[in-house]
Each structure stands twice: as C-alpha cells, then as structure tokens.
Design a protein around this ligand. Sequence first.
Ligand code: NDP
Length: 263
Amino acid sequence: MKLFTIFGDPVSHSKSPLMHNSVFTNLGYNACYTRTHLKDGSKIKEVFFELALSGANVTVPYKEDAYKACDEVRGFAKKVGVVNTLVNENGKLIGYNTDADGFMFSIKEFEDIKKVLVLGAGGTARALSMKFLEVGFDVTVLNRSKPRLVFFQDIGCATFDWESFAPSSYDLVVNTTSAGLKDDALPAPTKIIKNLLQNTRYTADAIYGKLTPFLQLAKNKNIPFKDGADMLLGQGVLANELFTCNELDKKPIEIQMRKIFSY
Ligand code: NDP
C-alpha cells in the first residue's frame, strides 16, 4: 500500500486526507493518506523518507521549505519558489505546485476570460497573477496598501491601491485577501465592490468553508462564482494525478473529491 500525507502546522483542519482517501477508497487505488503535524520545516525531507512516503502535500507554513528540500522542482513551482506537492520518484524528492493550476481548473467553465482583477497582493495573489500572465490574461491588482504592489508592477500587472483605483470592466474578479475569512469584511470599500460587481461577468474567492460577503453579493446579483473549495479541489485533483502517476483520470478523481465538500 502506498502512503501519502499532508505536512503543515496546524494541519488538523486540512480536508486533503478526506479528499484523497475518497479517491483511493472509491476508485480502488491501494493507498492511504494521513496528516503529519510538522513542527520544523527544515525536517521535511528527513520525515518524508522516514515515513516511507510515496508523496505528500504541503500547507502553511512549509511551502517554501518544501521547495528548498526538493532534489528537483518542476514546472510552475520553479517560477514561484513554492512547492505544495511532493512525489517520491525512485528515491528522489520531486516538487510541484498545483495551487495556481488548481485555480485554473476550478474556473474551467468560465468562458472567454481575458481581463482579470485580483483583489489582494499576498502569496496567493502572487501565484495566481503569475499564472494569469502566463496564460495570457490582462491582469490588474487592487490592494488595500501600496508596498506589496511593487512585485506585481515588476511582473507586468496594472496595480492600484484603494485610493488610486480607476474602475474598469473585467471578465473575472478574484478575491485573494483574507477579508471575510474570520469576519464579515469585504475585500475593498463597499462602493468599489458594488461598482466591480456591475462590471464583471464572473467572480471567485480563495476562501473556503463559507460563502464570503463578497461572494454573497455576487450570488445576489446572479453573477457566476467559484469559492475557495473549488480551488482546493482543483489543486487536489492535480496532486492526485501526480500521486497515482496518471493511472486515474481527472474526471473520476474530481467526482470522488467533490463528495466531501458540502455546506
Ligand atoms: P497573505 O497574508 O499573504 O495576504 C493577505 C492579503 O489580504 C494582503 O494583500 C492584505 O492586504 C489583504 N487583506 C487582509 N485583510 C484585509 C482586509 N480586511 N481588507 C482588505 N484586504 C485585506 O495571505 P494568503 O495569500 O496566504 O491567503 C489569502 C487567502 O487565501 C486566505 O484567506 C487563505 O485562507 C486563502 N487561501 C486559499 C487556498 C485554497 O486552496 N482555497 C490556498 C491558499 C490560500 P495588505 O497588503 O494591505 O495587508
């Protein structure tokens, strides 16, 4: 039996074991997925091989440690410097990042996206903006404060803080801020959000486990939306494909993983 885990601190809240075990059990793949509460990120490689793992996911705060621990980093992970999926390939630790592609997977039904507004300028915004530019989207970033915007200017995004924001129309507005996670805050002042919702075809949010005030407003206006559960699901589907060496197809993986999401 192959063994997989998720490394994190904290890690007890993670839905990854349920997602992956749902696939393994229901699709008859001989594997088991656990949680590993890791207190020291520099030990990730040592613990990985001690546990004789075939693969692992990595969550907060160890995605950069995972990047450093790898014998080889592939694809988008190389560009962003963070790894969320580890695979044991003949005794070598291979690193991938499925977060941004997971988001792309989650918006696959959204049609003709060309112009995107990203709300927020943290780690998630960085990964998503870089991926959006990579696939040819026109990317604007709007953040509460200025300092974090420099990175986005440098990679080719239009950037604004709340005061300088010049509204436009977008195909997709994505909330990557933590506004609405533990409170009822909107990711920008109400006037800006209302204007945006009149001028976008689709919306999405990185937060999962609740319908954020931002998505609630979008829902009230009948704007199609995807919440963070879809992003989480998307990264999980892609990680599971890597874990099972593409023996399982995306669609059945998605169907089995989707079963564990409900609110
Ligand atoms: P960071 O801490 O790196 O960035 C947070 C961003 O949110 C900053 O731009 C900050 O602005 C902004 N912000 C915080 N509070 C507010 C507020 N009240 N109003 C407006 N802006 C605010 O966070 P991450 O990028 O790591 O995570 C962001 C969110 O994405 C979290 O809620 C996290 O749970 C979620 N997430 C979901 C994933 C999934 O799979 N669904 C994966 C990863 C993250 P400023 O610069 O001004 O401080």
